[in-house]
Ligand binder design. Structure first.
Ligand SMILES: Cc1cc2nc3c(=O)[nH]c(=O)nc-3n(C[C@H](O)[C@H](O)[C@H](O)COP(=O)(O)OP(=O)(O)OC[C@H]3O[C@@H](n4cnc5c(N)ncnc54)[C@H](O)[C@@H]3O)c2cc1C
Length: 552
Protein backbone atom coordinates (compact mmCIF):
# COMPACT_ATOMS: atom_id res chain seq x y z
CA UNK A 1 0.00 0.00 0.00
CA UNK A 2 1.39 3.42 -0.90
CA UNK A 3 2.27 5.44 2.23
CA UNK A 4 1.02 8.78 0.86
CA UNK A 5 -1.99 10.70 2.14
CA UNK A 6 -5.02 10.28 -0.12
CA UNK A 7 -5.79 14.00 0.02
CA UNK A 8 -2.34 15.59 0.06
CA UNK A 9 1.40 15.28 -0.14
CA UNK A 10 3.60 12.88 1.76
CA UNK A 11 3.39 10.77 4.86
CA UNK A 12 0.35 10.77 7.11
CA UNK A 13 1.14 12.68 10.27
CA UNK A 14 3.80 14.87 8.62
CA UNK A 15 2.82 18.42 7.77
CA UNK A 16 4.25 21.89 7.29
CA UNK A 17 4.12 24.16 10.35
CA UNK A 18 4.79 27.87 10.60
CA UNK A 19 5.21 28.37 14.37
CA UNK A 20 8.98 27.95 14.13
CA UNK A 21 9.23 30.40 11.19
CA UNK A 22 8.50 33.85 12.64
CA UNK A 23 8.69 35.73 9.33
CA UNK A 24 6.22 33.52 7.49
CA UNK A 25 2.89 34.70 8.92
CA UNK A 26 3.59 38.40 8.16
CA UNK A 27 4.85 37.41 4.71
CA UNK A 28 1.62 35.48 3.93
CA UNK A 29 -0.48 38.38 5.18
CA UNK A 30 1.39 40.80 2.92
CA UNK A 31 1.62 38.56 -0.14
CA UNK A 32 -1.76 36.83 -0.11
CA UNK A 33 -3.81 38.55 2.57
CA UNK A 34 -3.81 35.18 4.30
CA UNK A 35 -4.03 34.58 8.02
CA UNK A 36 -1.55 31.80 8.82
CA UNK A 37 -3.37 30.94 12.06
CA UNK A 38 -6.80 30.61 10.56
CA UNK A 39 -7.53 27.10 9.28
CA UNK A 40 -10.61 27.42 7.11
CA UNK A 41 -10.76 24.03 5.39
CA UNK A 42 -9.77 20.46 6.18
CA UNK A 43 -10.08 17.30 4.08
CA UNK A 44 -13.02 15.08 4.97
CA UNK A 45 -12.44 11.83 6.84
CA UNK A 46 -12.15 8.82 4.56
CA UNK A 47 -15.27 7.35 6.20
CA UNK A 48 -17.33 10.32 5.00
CA UNK A 49 -16.57 9.62 1.34
CA UNK A 50 -19.00 7.98 -1.01
CA UNK A 51 -16.66 5.51 -2.73
CA UNK A 52 -18.32 3.92 -5.78
CA UNK A 53 -18.37 0.12 -5.98
CA UNK A 54 -15.83 -1.54 -8.31
CA UNK A 55 -17.02 -2.78 -11.70
CA UNK A 56 -14.48 -5.43 -12.50
CA UNK A 57 -16.45 -8.38 -13.83
CA UNK A 58 -15.95 -11.93 -12.62
CA UNK A 59 -13.80 -13.24 -15.45
CA UNK A 60 -11.35 -10.31 -15.34
CA UNK A 61 -11.15 -10.60 -11.57
CA UNK A 62 -10.32 -14.29 -11.86
CA UNK A 63 -7.74 -13.68 -14.61
CA UNK A 64 -6.03 -10.92 -12.59
CA UNK A 65 -6.00 -13.01 -9.42
CA UNK A 66 -4.49 -15.80 -11.47
CA UNK A 67 -1.83 -13.44 -12.86
CA UNK A 68 -0.64 -12.03 -9.51
CA UNK A 69 -1.91 -14.48 -6.91
CA UNK A 70 -5.05 -13.77 -4.85
CA UNK A 71 -3.32 -11.72 -2.11
CA UNK A 72 -2.08 -9.18 -4.64
CA UNK A 73 -5.37 -8.20 -6.27
CA UNK A 74 -7.23 -5.56 -4.30
CA UNK A 75 -10.69 -4.05 -4.71
CA UNK A 76 -10.45 -2.29 -1.36
CA UNK A 77 -12.02 1.19 -1.39
CA UNK A 78 -9.06 2.98 0.20
CA UNK A 79 -6.57 1.24 -2.05
CA UNK A 80 -8.58 2.22 -5.14
CA UNK A 81 -8.85 5.81 -3.88
CA UNK A 82 -5.09 6.32 -3.44
CA UNK A 83 -4.44 4.89 -6.90
CA UNK A 84 -7.01 7.06 -8.69
CA UNK A 85 -4.98 10.22 -9.10
CA UNK A 86 -1.64 11.90 -8.63
CA UNK A 87 -0.75 15.05 -6.72
CA UNK A 88 -1.58 17.94 -9.01
CA UNK A 89 -3.36 20.88 -7.43
CA UNK A 90 -6.54 19.87 -9.28
CA UNK A 91 -6.19 16.35 -7.84
CA UNK A 92 -5.81 17.65 -4.29
CA UNK A 93 -8.67 20.15 -4.50
CA UNK A 94 -11.09 17.53 -5.83
CA UNK A 95 -9.96 14.90 -3.30
CA UNK A 96 -10.55 17.38 -0.51
CA UNK A 97 -13.99 18.16 -1.89
CA UNK A 98 -14.81 14.45 -1.94
CA UNK A 99 -15.14 14.50 -5.76
CA UNK A 100 -13.47 11.19 -6.39
CA UNK A 101 -13.78 10.83 -10.17
CA UNK A 102 -13.42 7.51 -11.99
CA UNK A 103 -11.63 5.26 -9.50
CA UNK A 104 -9.80 2.17 -10.71
CA UNK A 105 -11.89 -0.94 -10.20
CA UNK A 106 -8.92 -2.92 -8.96
CA UNK A 107 -5.31 -2.52 -7.94
CA UNK A 108 -2.88 -5.30 -8.81
CA UNK A 109 0.65 -5.72 -7.52
CA UNK A 110 2.65 -8.08 -9.72
CA UNK A 111 5.91 -9.45 -8.34
CA UNK A 112 7.96 -9.61 -11.52
CA UNK A 113 8.05 -9.00 -15.25
CA UNK A 114 6.28 -12.27 -16.03
CA UNK A 115 3.36 -11.27 -13.81
CA UNK A 116 3.23 -7.81 -15.40
CA UNK A 117 2.89 -9.47 -18.80
CA UNK A 118 0.17 -11.77 -17.47
CA UNK A 119 -1.78 -8.77 -16.08
CA UNK A 120 -1.48 -6.99 -19.42
CA UNK A 121 -2.77 -10.05 -21.27
CA UNK A 122 -5.74 -10.35 -18.90
CA UNK A 123 -6.58 -6.65 -19.35
CA UNK A 124 -6.36 -6.82 -23.15
CA UNK A 125 -8.44 -10.03 -23.31
CA UNK A 126 -11.17 -8.31 -21.29
CA UNK A 127 -10.88 -5.05 -23.28
CA UNK A 128 -10.23 -3.22 -20.00
CA UNK A 129 -7.95 -0.24 -19.26
CA UNK A 130 -4.53 -0.52 -17.64
CA UNK A 131 -2.87 2.38 -15.79
CA UNK A 132 0.70 1.78 -14.58
CA UNK A 133 1.21 3.33 -11.11
CA UNK A 134 4.70 4.13 -9.82
CA UNK A 135 4.70 6.39 -6.78
CA UNK A 136 1.56 8.35 -7.66
CA UNK A 137 3.30 11.74 -7.64
CA UNK A 138 2.19 12.78 -11.14
CA UNK A 139 1.52 16.48 -11.22
CA UNK A 140 -0.03 16.62 -14.68
CA UNK A 141 -3.05 14.34 -14.48
CA UNK A 142 -1.25 11.30 -15.90
CA UNK A 143 -2.93 8.69 -13.70
CA UNK A 144 -6.65 9.39 -13.68
CA UNK A 145 -9.04 7.43 -15.92
CA UNK A 146 -11.49 9.44 -18.02
CA UNK A 147 -14.70 10.20 -16.07
CA UNK A 148 -16.81 8.46 -18.74
CA UNK A 149 -14.61 5.36 -19.03
CA UNK A 150 -17.06 2.44 -19.26
CA UNK A 151 -14.50 -0.33 -19.40
CA UNK A 152 -13.02 -1.80 -16.23
CA UNK A 153 -9.97 0.17 -15.05
CA UNK A 154 -7.02 -1.64 -13.50
CA UNK A 155 -4.21 0.19 -11.68
CA UNK A 156 -0.95 -1.75 -11.94
CA UNK A 157 1.12 -0.84 -8.89
CA UNK A 158 4.81 -1.57 -9.46
CA UNK A 159 5.87 -1.39 -5.80
CA UNK A 160 6.95 -5.05 -5.64
CA UNK A 161 9.43 -4.56 -8.49
CA UNK A 162 11.88 -2.62 -6.35
CA UNK A 163 15.26 -4.32 -6.65
CA UNK A 164 18.59 -3.23 -8.02
CA UNK A 165 19.25 -6.40 -10.03
CA UNK A 166 22.91 -5.96 -10.98
CA UNK A 167 25.66 -3.37 -11.29
CA UNK A 168 28.15 -3.65 -14.15
CA UNK A 169 31.07 -1.83 -12.53
CA UNK A 170 33.10 -1.73 -15.75
CA UNK A 171 30.35 -0.10 -17.81
CA UNK A 172 29.02 1.88 -14.82
CA UNK A 173 25.51 0.64 -15.53
CA UNK A 174 22.87 -0.74 -13.16
CA UNK A 175 19.83 -2.85 -13.98
CA UNK A 176 17.00 -1.70 -11.72
CA UNK A 177 13.36 -2.77 -11.50
CA UNK A 178 10.95 0.01 -12.46
CA UNK A 179 8.97 0.16 -9.21
CA UNK A 180 11.97 1.09 -7.04
CA UNK A 181 11.31 4.31 -5.12
CA UNK A 182 14.09 6.91 -4.99
CA UNK A 183 15.24 6.14 -1.43
CA UNK A 184 15.08 2.35 -2.05
CA UNK A 185 17.21 2.40 -5.13
CA UNK A 186 19.73 4.87 -3.71
CA UNK A 187 20.04 2.74 -0.55
CA UNK A 188 20.76 -0.36 -2.61
CA UNK A 189 23.20 1.47 -4.87
CA UNK A 190 25.08 3.39 -2.16
CA UNK A 191 25.56 0.12 -0.23
CA UNK A 192 27.82 -0.81 -3.16
CA UNK A 193 29.39 2.66 -3.44
CA UNK A 194 27.26 3.84 -6.40
CA UNK A 195 24.63 6.50 -6.99
CA UNK A 196 22.17 7.22 -9.79
CA UNK A 197 22.33 10.92 -8.90
CA UNK A 198 18.67 11.56 -9.71
CA UNK A 199 17.03 13.61 -6.96
CA UNK A 200 13.71 15.23 -7.98
CA UNK A 201 11.87 17.09 -5.20
CA UNK A 202 9.42 14.17 -5.24
CA UNK A 203 12.32 11.72 -4.72
CA UNK A 204 10.92 10.14 -1.53
CA UNK A 205 7.70 9.01 -3.21
CA UNK A 206 8.46 8.56 -6.92
CA UNK A 207 9.88 5.60 -8.82
CA UNK A 208 12.38 4.84 -11.55
CA UNK A 209 9.60 3.76 -13.95
CA UNK A 210 7.62 6.92 -13.22
CA UNK A 211 10.69 9.09 -13.81
CA UNK A 212 11.27 7.44 -17.18
CA UNK A 213 7.59 7.58 -18.16
CA UNK A 214 7.51 11.35 -17.44
CA UNK A 215 11.05 12.42 -18.50
CA UNK A 216 11.87 13.55 -15.01
CA UNK A 217 14.70 15.84 -13.96
CA UNK A 218 16.52 15.86 -10.62
CA UNK A 219 18.21 18.59 -8.65
CA UNK A 220 21.76 17.52 -9.63
CA UNK A 221 20.92 17.23 -13.34
CA UNK A 222 23.72 19.63 -14.31
CA UNK A 223 26.21 16.91 -13.42
CA UNK A 224 24.30 13.65 -13.84
CA UNK A 225 21.84 14.55 -16.60
CA UNK A 226 18.07 14.18 -16.69
CA UNK A 227 16.53 10.72 -16.49
CA UNK A 228 16.50 10.73 -20.32
CA UNK A 229 20.31 10.98 -20.27
CA UNK A 230 20.68 8.46 -17.46
CA UNK A 231 18.50 5.75 -19.03
CA UNK A 232 20.49 3.52 -21.37
CA UNK A 233 17.99 0.71 -21.94
CA UNK A 234 14.43 -0.26 -21.10
CA UNK A 235 12.29 -3.37 -20.90
CA UNK A 236 8.59 -2.75 -21.48
CA UNK A 237 5.62 -5.14 -21.47
CA UNK A 238 3.58 -4.05 -24.51
CA UNK A 239 0.53 -5.46 -26.29
CA UNK A 240 2.96 -6.62 -29.03
CA UNK A 241 5.16 -8.50 -26.55
CA UNK A 242 8.20 -7.64 -24.47
CA UNK A 243 10.07 -4.64 -25.88
CA UNK A 244 13.77 -4.67 -24.95
CA UNK A 245 16.42 -2.21 -26.06
CA UNK A 246 20.15 -2.84 -25.61
CA UNK A 247 22.26 -0.96 -23.04
CA UNK A 248 24.69 0.34 -25.64
CA UNK A 249 26.26 3.80 -25.29
CA UNK A 250 24.99 4.87 -28.72
CA UNK A 251 23.24 3.25 -31.65
CA UNK A 252 22.17 4.02 -35.21
CA UNK A 253 18.98 1.92 -35.24
CA UNK A 254 16.69 4.54 -36.77
CA UNK A 255 14.40 6.78 -34.68
CA UNK A 256 15.19 5.99 -31.06
CA UNK A 257 12.77 3.44 -29.57
CA UNK A 258 14.35 4.12 -26.18
CA UNK A 259 13.41 7.80 -26.58
CA UNK A 260 9.85 6.80 -27.54
CA UNK A 261 9.49 5.04 -24.18
CA UNK A 262 10.87 8.08 -22.33
CA UNK A 263 7.87 10.25 -21.49
CA UNK A 264 5.35 7.67 -22.73
CA UNK A 265 3.19 7.95 -19.54
CA UNK A 266 2.04 4.35 -19.68
CA UNK A 267 0.67 4.64 -23.22
CA UNK A 268 3.08 2.15 -24.82
CA UNK A 269 3.15 -0.43 -22.06
CA UNK A 270 4.55 -1.08 -18.62
CA UNK A 271 8.24 -0.40 -18.04
CA UNK A 272 9.47 -3.30 -15.94
CA UNK A 273 13.16 -2.59 -15.79
CA UNK A 274 15.76 -0.09 -16.94
CA UNK A 275 19.51 -0.04 -17.28
CA UNK A 276 20.81 3.28 -16.04
CA UNK A 277 24.11 5.12 -15.63
CA UNK A 278 25.55 4.98 -12.14
CA UNK A 279 28.56 6.83 -10.72
CA UNK A 280 30.74 6.36 -7.69
CA UNK A 281 29.38 8.23 -4.64
CA UNK A 282 31.48 11.42 -4.65
CA UNK A 283 33.88 11.87 -1.73
CA UNK A 284 32.81 15.49 -1.34
CA UNK A 285 29.50 17.30 -1.89
CA UNK A 286 29.12 20.98 -1.28
CA UNK A 287 26.33 23.46 -1.99
CA UNK A 288 27.27 27.11 -1.60
CA UNK A 289 24.89 30.04 -1.34
CA UNK A 290 25.42 33.26 -3.31
CA UNK A 291 23.53 36.55 -3.49
CA UNK A 292 23.23 38.56 -6.70
CA UNK A 293 22.19 42.22 -6.88
CA UNK A 294 19.47 41.47 -9.46
CA UNK A 295 17.69 38.73 -11.40
CA UNK A 296 19.37 39.83 -14.64
CA UNK A 297 22.83 39.43 -13.05
CA UNK A 298 21.86 36.08 -11.54
CA UNK A 299 20.64 34.75 -14.91
CA UNK A 300 23.73 36.04 -16.68
CA UNK A 301 25.96 34.36 -14.09
CA UNK A 302 24.20 30.99 -14.49
CA UNK A 303 24.61 31.28 -18.26
CA UNK A 304 28.28 32.12 -17.87
CA UNK A 305 28.79 29.11 -15.56
CA UNK A 306 27.12 26.82 -18.13
CA UNK A 307 29.35 28.22 -20.88
CA UNK A 308 32.53 27.95 -18.80
CA UNK A 309 34.75 25.02 -17.86
CA UNK A 310 33.14 24.87 -14.42
CA UNK A 311 31.28 21.60 -13.87
CA UNK A 312 28.72 22.48 -11.23
CA UNK A 313 26.25 19.79 -10.13
CA UNK A 314 23.56 22.34 -9.24
CA UNK A 315 23.00 25.82 -10.65
CA UNK A 316 20.01 27.59 -9.26
CA UNK A 317 19.03 31.21 -8.82
CA UNK A 318 15.76 32.57 -7.45
CA UNK A 319 14.21 35.84 -8.50
CA UNK A 320 13.67 38.55 -5.87
CA UNK A 321 10.15 37.30 -5.06
CA UNK A 322 11.32 33.73 -4.42
CA UNK A 323 14.30 35.05 -2.45
CA UNK A 324 11.90 36.93 -0.13
CA UNK A 325 9.81 33.79 0.24
CA UNK A 326 12.93 31.71 1.11
CA UNK A 327 13.95 34.20 3.77
CA UNK A 328 10.39 34.17 5.15
CA UNK A 329 10.51 30.39 5.65
CA UNK A 330 13.73 30.51 7.70
CA UNK A 331 13.50 28.95 11.13
CA UNK A 332 13.78 31.10 14.25
CA UNK A 333 17.25 32.63 14.00
CA UNK A 334 19.69 32.30 16.90
CA UNK A 335 21.23 35.54 18.26
CA UNK A 336 24.41 34.64 16.33
CA UNK A 337 22.39 34.21 13.09
CA UNK A 338 20.80 37.60 13.72
CA UNK A 339 24.17 39.21 14.19
CA UNK A 340 25.56 37.58 11.06
CA UNK A 341 22.60 38.50 8.86
CA UNK A 342 22.67 42.06 10.24
CA UNK A 343 26.36 42.32 9.36
CA UNK A 344 25.75 40.80 5.92
CA UNK A 345 22.92 43.20 5.25
CA UNK A 346 25.07 46.17 6.19
CA UNK A 347 27.91 44.91 3.99
CA UNK A 348 25.61 44.28 1.01
CA UNK A 349 23.76 47.58 1.17
CA UNK A 350 26.56 49.94 2.27
CA UNK A 351 29.63 48.39 0.68
CA UNK A 352 28.16 46.64 -2.37
CA UNK A 353 25.20 48.87 -3.15
CA UNK A 354 22.62 46.04 -3.08
CA UNK A 355 18.92 46.87 -2.97
CA UNK A 356 17.68 44.15 -0.55
CA UNK A 357 14.29 44.00 -2.26
CA UNK A 358 15.91 43.17 -5.60
CA UNK A 359 18.61 40.74 -4.51
CA UNK A 360 18.48 37.14 -5.65
CA UNK A 361 19.52 34.01 -3.77
CA UNK A 362 21.47 31.38 -5.66
CA UNK A 363 22.84 27.91 -4.93
CA UNK A 364 25.66 26.27 -6.79
CA UNK A 365 26.58 22.65 -6.07
CA UNK A 366 29.94 20.93 -6.43
CA UNK A 367 30.78 17.23 -6.31
CA UNK A 368 33.92 15.15 -6.65
CA UNK A 369 37.33 14.99 -5.05
CA UNK A 370 38.36 17.74 -2.61
CA UNK A 371 40.66 19.13 -5.28
CA UNK A 372 38.02 19.10 -8.00
CA UNK A 373 35.52 20.84 -5.71
CA UNK A 374 38.09 23.48 -4.74
CA UNK A 375 38.97 24.17 -8.40
CA UNK A 376 35.32 24.39 -9.50
CA UNK A 377 34.53 26.65 -6.58
CA UNK A 378 37.26 29.04 -7.63
CA UNK A 379 36.04 29.02 -11.26
CA UNK A 380 32.47 29.78 -10.19
CA UNK A 381 33.62 32.34 -7.62
CA UNK A 382 35.30 34.38 -10.36
CA UNK A 383 32.15 34.29 -12.53
CA UNK A 384 29.93 35.25 -9.59
CA UNK A 385 32.26 38.15 -8.80
CA UNK A 386 32.09 39.40 -12.39
CA UNK A 387 28.30 39.56 -12.02
CA UNK A 388 28.36 41.47 -8.76
CA UNK A 389 27.50 38.41 -6.65
CA UNK A 390 28.70 37.52 -3.16
CA UNK A 391 29.29 34.06 -1.64
CA UNK A 392 27.38 33.59 1.62
CA UNK A 393 28.91 30.25 2.53
CA UNK A 394 27.74 26.69 3.02
CA UNK A 395 24.99 26.99 5.65
CA UNK A 396 22.19 28.27 3.35
CA UNK A 397 23.05 25.49 0.88
CA UNK A 398 23.00 22.83 3.59
CA UNK A 399 19.67 24.14 4.82
CA UNK A 400 18.22 24.12 1.31
CA UNK A 401 19.49 20.57 0.77
CA UNK A 402 17.78 19.41 3.98
CA UNK A 403 14.54 21.31 3.37
CA UNK A 404 13.94 20.54 -0.27
CA UNK A 405 11.95 17.33 0.21
CA UNK A 406 9.73 19.06 2.83
CA UNK A 407 8.76 22.02 0.65
CA UNK A 408 5.92 20.14 -1.12
CA UNK A 409 4.01 19.99 2.19
CA UNK A 410 3.40 23.77 1.98
CA UNK A 411 0.68 23.27 -0.64
CA UNK A 412 -1.51 21.43 1.88
CA UNK A 413 -0.80 24.06 4.54
CA UNK A 414 -2.06 26.75 2.14
CA UNK A 415 -5.09 24.68 1.07
CA UNK A 416 -6.03 24.34 4.74
CA UNK A 417 -6.10 28.15 4.86
CA UNK A 418 -8.11 28.57 1.68
CA UNK A 419 -5.25 29.49 -0.70
CA UNK A 420 -4.23 27.73 -3.92
CA UNK A 421 -0.59 27.26 -4.86
CA UNK A 422 0.90 25.50 -7.84
CA UNK A 423 3.80 25.47 -10.27
CA UNK A 424 4.44 25.79 -14.01
CA UNK A 425 7.86 25.08 -15.39
CA UNK A 426 9.46 25.34 -18.80
CA UNK A 427 12.75 25.41 -20.67
CA UNK A 428 14.04 27.82 -23.28
CA UNK A 429 17.29 28.86 -24.95
CA UNK A 430 19.53 31.23 -22.96
CA UNK A 431 18.81 33.93 -25.53
CA UNK A 432 15.07 33.81 -24.74
CA UNK A 433 15.01 33.14 -20.99
CA UNK A 434 14.65 36.79 -19.96
CA UNK A 435 11.72 37.29 -22.33
CA UNK A 436 10.06 34.03 -21.23
CA UNK A 437 10.36 35.14 -17.61
CA UNK A 438 8.89 38.59 -18.31
CA UNK A 439 6.01 37.09 -20.32
CA UNK A 440 5.13 34.50 -17.65
CA UNK A 441 5.24 37.05 -14.84
CA UNK A 442 3.06 39.46 -16.84
CA UNK A 443 0.66 36.58 -17.57
CA UNK A 444 0.40 35.59 -13.89
CA UNK A 445 -0.13 39.14 -12.63
CA UNK A 446 -2.55 39.87 -15.48
CA UNK A 447 -4.59 36.83 -14.44
CA UNK A 448 -4.57 37.86 -10.75
CA UNK A 449 -5.78 41.29 -11.83
CA UNK A 450 -8.59 39.87 -14.00
CA UNK A 451 -9.72 37.69 -11.10
CA UNK A 452 -9.48 40.57 -8.65
CA UNK A 453 -7.30 38.59 -6.21
CA UNK A 454 -4.05 39.34 -4.45
CA UNK A 455 -1.59 36.81 -5.84
CA UNK A 456 2.08 36.01 -5.61
CA UNK A 457 4.31 34.67 -8.38
CA UNK A 458 7.94 33.74 -8.09
CA UNK A 459 10.51 31.90 -10.13
CA UNK A 460 13.87 30.20 -10.10
CA UNK A 461 16.23 29.01 -12.78
CA UNK A 462 17.53 25.47 -12.36
CA UNK A 463 18.82 22.67 -14.63
CA UNK A 464 21.30 24.45 -16.91
CA UNK A 465 22.25 23.03 -20.30
CA UNK A 466 24.57 23.93 -23.17
CA UNK A 467 21.91 26.04 -24.90
CA UNK A 468 19.45 27.06 -22.19
CA UNK A 469 17.83 26.27 -18.85
CA UNK A 470 14.62 25.53 -17.01
CA UNK A 471 12.53 28.29 -15.45
CA UNK A 472 10.31 27.12 -12.60
CA UNK A 473 7.41 29.37 -11.57
CA UNK A 474 5.37 29.04 -8.39
CA UNK A 475 2.16 31.00 -7.96
CA UNK A 476 -0.34 31.33 -5.13
CA UNK A 477 -3.52 33.24 -4.46
CA UNK A 478 -6.63 33.18 -2.34
CA UNK A 479 -9.63 32.65 -4.64
CA UNK A 480 -12.56 35.03 -4.37
CA UNK A 481 -15.25 33.64 -2.10
CA UNK A 482 -18.25 32.12 -3.81
CA UNK A 483 -16.37 31.59 -7.09
CA UNK A 484 -15.29 28.26 -8.60
CA UNK A 485 -11.77 28.00 -7.24
CA UNK A 486 -10.60 25.55 -9.92
CA UNK A 487 -11.88 27.84 -12.69
CA UNK A 488 -9.91 30.67 -11.08
CA UNK A 489 -6.87 28.42 -10.84
CA UNK A 490 -7.22 27.58 -14.55
CA UNK A 491 -7.21 31.29 -15.40
CA UNK A 492 -3.79 31.72 -13.81
CA UNK A 493 -2.25 28.39 -14.81
CA UNK A 494 -3.43 28.66 -18.44
CA UNK A 495 -2.17 32.23 -18.76
CA UNK A 496 1.32 31.16 -17.65
CA UNK A 497 1.33 28.03 -19.84
CA UNK A 498 0.14 30.01 -22.86
CA UNK A 499 2.87 32.58 -22.30
CA UNK A 500 5.45 29.76 -22.44
CA UNK A 501 4.43 28.47 -25.86
CA UNK A 502 3.82 32.00 -27.19
CA UNK A 503 7.35 33.02 -26.27
CA UNK A 504 9.09 30.00 -27.79
CA UNK A 505 9.50 27.91 -24.65
CA UNK A 506 8.20 24.38 -24.04
CA UNK A 507 4.98 23.44 -22.25
CA UNK A 508 6.96 21.60 -19.58
CA UNK A 509 10.61 20.88 -18.84
CA UNK A 510 10.07 17.90 -16.52
CA UNK A 511 6.43 17.56 -15.42
CA UNK A 512 5.26 15.75 -18.57
CA UNK A 513 2.05 16.31 -20.53
CA UNK A 514 -0.64 14.15 -18.94
CA UNK A 515 -3.99 15.85 -19.32
CA UNK A 516 -3.02 19.15 -17.67
CA UNK A 517 -0.67 20.25 -20.47
CA UNK A 518 -2.15 18.37 -23.45
CA UNK A 519 -3.93 21.42 -24.88
CA UNK A 520 -0.58 23.10 -25.63
CA UNK A 521 1.03 20.06 -27.30
CA UNK A 522 0.28 20.98 -30.89
CA UNK A 523 1.60 24.51 -30.42
CA UNK A 524 4.75 23.04 -28.92
CA UNK A 525 5.36 20.17 -31.39
CA UNK A 526 3.42 21.23 -34.55
CA UNK A 527 0.49 19.24 -35.97
CA UNK A 528 2.68 16.63 -37.73
CA UNK A 529 4.51 16.08 -34.44
CA UNK A 530 1.22 15.29 -32.73
CA UNK A 531 0.21 13.05 -35.68
CA UNK A 532 3.41 11.06 -35.16
CA UNK A 533 2.51 10.51 -31.51
CA UNK A 534 -1.02 9.40 -32.47
CA UNK A 535 0.51 6.92 -34.93
CA UNK A 536 2.84 5.58 -32.27
CA UNK A 537 0.13 5.02 -29.66
CA UNK A 538 -2.46 3.68 -32.12
CA UNK A 539 0.13 1.34 -33.65
CA UNK A 540 1.11 -0.43 -30.44
CA UNK A 541 -2.25 -0.12 -28.67
CA UNK A 542 -5.04 -0.15 -31.26
CA UNK A 543 -7.71 -0.80 -28.60
CA UNK A 544 -6.61 2.20 -26.50
CA UNK A 545 -6.33 0.00 -23.44
CA UNK A 546 -3.15 1.61 -22.09
CA UNK A 547 -3.73 4.74 -20.04
CA UNK A 548 -5.84 6.32 -22.80
CA UNK A 549 -6.27 10.08 -23.14
CA UNK A 550 -2.86 11.05 -21.78
CA UNK A 551 -0.42 13.21 -23.80
CA UNK A 552 -2.67 13.37 -26.90
C1 LIG B 1 5.50 18.00 -4.87
C2 LIG B 1 6.01 17.48 -6.15
C3 LIG B 1 7.33 17.71 -6.52
C4 LIG B 1 7.80 17.23 -7.74
N1 LIG B 1 9.10 17.44 -8.09
C5 LIG B 1 9.57 16.97 -9.26
C6 LIG B 1 10.93 17.19 -9.64
O1 LIG B 1 11.72 17.80 -8.93
N2 LIG B 1 11.33 16.67 -10.83
C7 LIG B 1 10.50 15.97 -11.63
O2 LIG B 1 10.93 15.50 -12.67
N3 LIG B 1 9.21 15.78 -11.30
C8 LIG B 1 8.74 16.24 -10.14
N4 LIG B 1 7.42 16.03 -9.80
C9 LIG B 1 6.53 15.29 -10.69
C10 LIG B 1 6.54 13.75 -10.46
O3 LIG B 1 7.14 13.44 -9.24
C11 LIG B 1 7.27 13.10 -11.60
O4 LIG B 1 6.49 13.20 -12.76
C12 LIG B 1 7.65 11.63 -11.35
O5 LIG B 1 8.54 11.24 -12.36
C13 LIG B 1 6.49 10.68 -11.32
O6 LIG B 1 6.96 9.43 -10.84
P1 LIG B 1 5.98 8.40 -10.10
O7 LIG B 1 6.76 7.17 -9.82
O8 LIG B 1 5.32 9.04 -8.97
O9 LIG B 1 4.96 8.12 -11.28
P2 LIG B 1 3.37 8.12 -11.24
O10 LIG B 1 2.88 9.43 -10.77
O11 LIG B 1 2.88 6.92 -10.54
O12 LIG B 1 3.05 7.99 -12.80
C14 LIG B 1 3.33 9.04 -13.68
C15 LIG B 1 3.05 8.56 -15.11
O13 LIG B 1 3.98 7.54 -15.45
C16 LIG B 1 3.32 6.32 -15.74
N5 LIG B 1 4.14 5.25 -15.16
C17 LIG B 1 4.56 5.13 -13.88
N6 LIG B 1 5.31 4.03 -13.76
C18 LIG B 1 5.35 3.44 -14.98
C19 LIG B 1 5.94 2.26 -15.48
N7 LIG B 1 6.67 1.44 -14.72
N8 LIG B 1 5.73 1.94 -16.79
C20 LIG B 1 5.02 2.76 -17.59
N9 LIG B 1 4.43 3.87 -17.17
C21 LIG B 1 4.60 4.21 -15.88
C22 LIG B 1 1.95 6.44 -15.11
O14 LIG B 1 0.99 5.64 -15.76
C23 LIG B 1 1.67 7.92 -15.30
O15 LIG B 1 1.25 8.15 -16.60
C24 LIG B 1 6.93 16.50 -8.59
C25 LIG B 1 5.61 16.26 -8.20
C26 LIG B 1 5.15 16.74 -7.00
C27 LIG B 1 3.74 16.48 -6.61
Amino acid sequence: MTGMKWWGWGEDGVSFVHDDKPALAPFLKRALDLDADEVTARPPAFEELDVPKPRLGESLEAALADAVGPGWLSVDAFDRLVHARGKSLRDLVRQRRGELGRLPDAVVRPADEGQVEAVLRAVLDADAVLVPFGGGTSISGSLEAAPDERRAVVSLDLSRLSRVLAVDATARLARIEAGALGPDLERQLTAQGWTLGHFPDSFAHSTLGGWIATRSSGMQSDRYGDIADLTRAVRVATPAGLLATRPVPATSTGPSVREMVLGSEGRLGVITEATVHVRRVPPRRLILGYLFPSWAEGLAAMQAIAASEAQASVTRVSDAAETSFSFATRKDPTPRDRLMSGALRTYLTRRRGFDVDAMCLSFVGYEGSERHVATQRRHVGRIVGRHGGVCIGGSPGELYDQKKFDTPYIRDFLLDRGALADVSETAAPWSRLGAVYDAAMAAAHGAFHRLGVRGYAMCHLSHSYHSGACLYFTFAFKPTSGGDELAQYDTVKSAIQQSFVDSGATLSHHHAVGTEHAQWLEQDLSAPGVALLHGLFDGIDPGHNLNPGKIV
